[in-house]
Design a protein around this ligand. Sequence first.
Ligand SMILES: Nc1ncnc2c1ncn2[C@@H]1O[C@H](COP(=O)(O)OP(=O)(O)OP(=O)(O)O)[C@@H](O)[C@H]1O
Length: 731
Amino acid sequence: MTSNIPDPHDGFDWDTAEAEVFDLNAARTRRAPGRDDTSDADRDDITEDIDADDAESVDDSPQRLGGPVDAADDIPVSAFNTGQRRPILADWARSRATLIAALRWWAKYAGYVAAYHAVRTPKYAAKTAVYAPAGLFRGTGRALHWATAEEGNWALRQAAASKGDADAWLKLDARRQRQSVWRWWVLLFAAATLATGLVALMVGPAWWRWVALAVAVPLLARVGRPDDKRLTDRVSEARTYRKLTAELVRRALTSLQLAAINSAVAKDPKAISFPVDIHRDGPGHLAIVDLPYGVEAADVVARRGKLASAMRLPLDQVWPEPAPGHTGRLALWVGYEPASQMKQPAWPLLQASARVDVFKAFAFATDPRLNTVEIDLMFRNYLFGGQPGSGKTFALRDLVLAAALDARAEIRGYELKGVGDFAVLEPVMAEYGNGFDDETLARCFAFIEWLYEECRRRSKRIEHYARLGKAPENKVTPELASLKGSGLHPLVAWFDELQELMTSKYGKDAGEILEKVIKLGRALGVIILIGTQIPDKDSLPTGITRNVNSRFCLSVADQTANDMILGTSAYKNGHRATVFQPVIEAGWGILAGFGKPVAVRSFYVDTTAAARIVARAVALRVNAGTLPNPDEQTRAVTPDHSVLDDLAQVWPGDEKAAWNETLCALLAELRPDVYGGWEAAQLTTALKPHPLVKVADVGRRIDGKATTRRGIKHTDLLAAIAERNRKQAAD
Ligand SMILES: Nc1ncnc2c1ncn2[C@@H]1O[C@H](COP(=O)(O)OP(=O)(O)OP(=O)(O)O)[C@@H](O)[C@H]1O
């Protein structure tokens, strides 16, 4: 753990820096009484002494009172410390994941220290064997010297003798004798106890002697060792972790070569202030920093590399991000160890009771602090991009697995790499293709065409339900998605390695149609998930990238790829997936589309775990009656239907005749995608092929008044159906 951590002392003159920017005494005077000045004593062995004394880095105990040390007088301290109560438990202790992460870190460190010393045991034993006899003599000598009570007294007597002050000399000697008498008795008693102990050891069981040796020998060795020699080796020369202190943050910020920061700090050392104490947050420390006036947090985020350099820490241990409040507020989180070395908790959806509602958020990833990051699927479409080995297929599969746990969701998709990463999901998919051969590409293209048609059908249905007041925002609602036969259930369409299709002969058309699907489908319950390796304009038409509303950019090679996935200026604004290394940091990426972009690592779910989820998804779908039939991987298109049969089905009760407009409304209810929006005249036209059904005036009494409108008779309808059936039978 230690070997790859750089020495934080490198090249920095602490004394000068402290003197320049920080008046420790002044800061302490301003501190409120009762405030605990001691910094994390439990971490002292692994942090630097100079840091441990920093006035603005505090133990994250709930008892702290008082305002921030550095709050500039002219800056309103806002809601941070105006009557806000501190949580009883620190943030990191409130979430199971962060608590586990912190405990895991300690356990790992303890294990490391134990292992470190264990392998050096022979060396320690040899040193102990050399120093212990010396310790015996030295210890005996010290005891005798103590008993004579000469320490200090001798020098005073000598001084009295030199001055010829016999009276003083005699008084001092009498005092020494008085002290010495009881000390000799103590020594005698100790010697007698020791002798008795030795006799007891001689006659007692052997293990007593071993225990006594194990205790006495290291103690003697400690007494006998030279002052500049340790018995055990230092666990770390370079620190595995350096606690975040105000000084460290100031130094780092002033090393960014941001002129605005440097000139502000030159004028006023308190230009960088801390509205909240630096405190422990999950497996690391968090500093909320108010940057000098006019400096944006994004400027600092964009210089994350320089920041890490100034802190002498690996890049993935330093996580600056804009903090809520104002644009000049920075949240700087520094982990105990690089994120790539932290163990991620298991995916919550692996729990046997986990269910997903695509309208609601579910766990997708963890941030550097190991907090769970949630996303949702409905009204979204996703673009996952990254170079080979960045983990995009696994991340995309997480989403499809989550969708599988919502029994309403219909899942169809193509992996155009041909390795079968998604094959485990086959039992719950209504359509699945795997490969990059022409046939699979053709099927994938036909699927995109079908998606477009499906969007058209769905838009008719939405229009109909909107008229009925069931889709107030002209969008699929949870009720409509659950309504059997509404045809508006969630439809998840995924494509992995889409560049294979886009660079094939189908590419141009596929790109255009998919763009339309993305635009139309969002409100209609069609969720598009795209994974691609090469995010250039040929492999991924800009029309698609522009219209996707959720993006996950995993490790990419350069700024162009980064901005293709995350959008123009993402790189400039500090959202850089180029910092992640493929394979080693697989699963890490920048997630955008959910507030400010954040660095997260998708949950790692291997194929065995995925199979367990699929088994649960199958059970859910069997119960709900939505399990696709593996033998019929066909796309459900609206079946052929006859207007005659449909009219017979919706005919209002015992009515002998009905108005066209009444019938149109009933037909639209039955099949909104077909009859939605029909007017009376449309029904007349549709009935033209059936001459037995005569559209004529039908009179009715409405509120006592006779009203006549165009309509048909039930007997005509039944006659036409009988005639049609007769003809069909004859054929
Ligand atoms: N979230 C994760 N955490 C840890 N390891 C991961 C994670 N996601 C993926 N990996 C590892 O990275 C490897 C590559 O992942 P994946 O196949 O998803 O990459 P890819 O970007 O799709 O690469 P390619 O384009 O070559 O298929 C996986 O085999 C897996 O072991």
